[in-house]
Design a protein around this ligand. Sequence first.
Ligand SMILES: Nc1ncnc2c1ncn2[C@@H]1O[C@H](COP(=O)(O)OP(=O)(O)OP(=O)(O)O)[C@@H](O)[C@H]1O
Ligand SMILES: [Mg+2]
Length: 257
Amino acid sequence: MSHASPFLEVERLTKHFGGLTAVNSVTFQVARGQMVGLIGPNGAGKTTLLRLITRILKADSGKVRFKGRDITRAKPWDVVNMGIAGTFQVTRPFRRLPIIANVMVACLSPRAMKKGEWVKTIDARAMDALEFVGISDLAREPASCLSHGDLRRLEIARAIATDPELLLLDEPFSGLNPAETELLAKSIRRLHKGGRFGRLHSEGPAMIIIEHKLAELMKIVDRVIVLDFGELIADGSPDEIVKNERVIEACIGKGVT
Ligand SMILES: Nc1ncnc2c1ncn2[C@@H]1O[C@H](COP(=O)(O)OP(=O)(O)OP(=O)(O)O)[C@@H](O)[C@H]1O
Ligand SMILES: [Mg+2]
């Protein structure tokens, strides 16, 4: 790994679904530890772009490099082991397993094991992740008892339990009330600072966060990229983005707030 190589490089990444180009030659880079918002109208290709990075979906063309390594053809589990974790727009827990067990499964990834995390410590590590997102009091309940908001928190606990260096969050605030949103935003900021969960890395993970709640998003991120019809139409600071004519027309004018 060369020190000159950027942390995450996405180069002319393209994905078609039949005749539809969901992601169209998208190029951007993310620096280590950077907080990036990903916005755009419904159907713009945001979720598809994150799924291409985590390799849940195969790209038709273009490249993804992570810490200098080409991961364009890597397996999804290899990508997790390299330090990329994501949450999904639709949550799918093991509903009949206790909440803590749902997180312990993520702790069993070779990435966590390689770092000397053995079975005895997995329970504690999973509990840490649950405490971090604020649902540790429910740890022994089945996942089926969780509210929509708490399911989103469980997803984040599972992702951070793999000790990611790059965390991809797909609409973490969707379905949360303002108080829950504020609570989760605080956790995300704390995670970014390294804080308690920065045990294995001195700094918190870089993040790409898809979110329609722009006011909340802008308080967390230091950069925003904008997709419209699969194309990257803007990339800048939150201040620049809210003033960008093309962005206003594509998103804000269409009621994305
Ligand atoms: N598996 C799939 N098969 C066919 N078409 C798909 C598939 N996944 C996404 N699409 C289409 O690709 C386009 C981009 O979808 P995507 O889910 O990435 O958008 P999005 O920006 O995440 O939207 P939203 O804000 O509504 O979540 C949409 O037109 C969608 O219908
Ligand atoms: Mg989406």
